[in-house]
Design a protein around this ligand. Structure first.
Ligand SMILES: [Zn+2]
Length: 90
């Protein structure tokens, strides 16, 4: 019984539950990459399939760039480049 618990703890460390986006801010890594609200393909990795903004702990963005992405997504929604949400699927 004790051994079981230890096994679980060991596995838990390596597993990151489904989402495994690479870490590190890609905008810091590539300074030439501009965050542009008109570029929906640039923003696609930062929204979920239902167009929610992906949180920083998942996207790996730094605080400054995450803020810019958030602003860009919101602008894009306002300009109808990205939807606010999808129609209900259920
Ligand atoms: Zn950054």
């Amino acid at each position: 019984m004790k051994r079981n618990n230890e096994d679980k703890a060991d596995r838990g460390e390596k597993r990151e539950r489904g989402f495994q986006k690479r870490k590190g801010c890609r905008f810091c890594a590539e300074p030439a990459l501009m965050i542009d609200y008109k570029d929906k393909y640039l923003m696609q990795p930062f929204v979920t399939e239902r167009f929610k903004i992906v949180p920083r702990r998942i996207s790996g963005n730094c605080a400054g760039h995450q803020r810019k992405v958030t602003t860009a997504v919101k602008r894009a929604r306002h300009m109808a480049i990205l939807p606010y949400t999808t129609a209900q699927m259920m």
